[in-house]
Design a protein around this ligand. Structure first.
Ligand code: AMP
Ligand code: ZN
Length: 115
């Protein structure tokens, strides 16, 4: 846990968030500024700054996050025709919070290529 990290504070309940899922490894909550009708953030409880910082020992955690994303997606009707899972890594990709997070987005058409 990093005491100055926004998402670590959300996990600890020090900053309120609309929780949608939690288990021993991950926490998921609604994005405060949704970019789509469904916009959920899925984060590891362990503080990892970005996907550029992950270690081989965290392989199971990374796989688990994708399974959780698939499981959460199935709970929401907005994902009926598809959803997008995005991890911005680093400044050029638009990462603003440096605690690894995956955006689960659904409910509208997403362009390709992105941004
Ligand atoms: P990124 O730009 O990929 O680092 O994404 C960070 C995301 O965190 C953005 O979509 C923000 O809207 C979201 N966010 C920032 N602060 C909060 C908060 N307090 N609760 C929920 N989501 C937040
Ligand atoms: Zn953190």
């Amino acid at each position: 846990m990093h005491s100055e990290c926004l998402f670590c504070k959300i996990i600890k309940g020090q900053i309120p968030a609309e929780k949608v899922y939690e288990d021993e490894m991950v926490f998921a909550f609604s994005d405060i500024k949704p970019a789509a009708p469904l916009h959920i953030l899925i984060i590891p409880k362990e503080h990892i700054p970005s996907l550029a910082h992950v270690l081989p020992s965290q392989q199971q955690l990374l796989g688990h996050i994708q399974l959780v994303a698939s499981k959460i997606a199935k709970l929401y009707p907005q994902t009926k025709n598809g959803f997008r899972l995005v991890a911005n890594s680093g400044k050029d990709a638009g990462q603003t919070v440096f605690h690894l997070h995956y955006h689960l987005l659904a409910g509208r058409d997403f362009g390709w290529p992105p941004g």
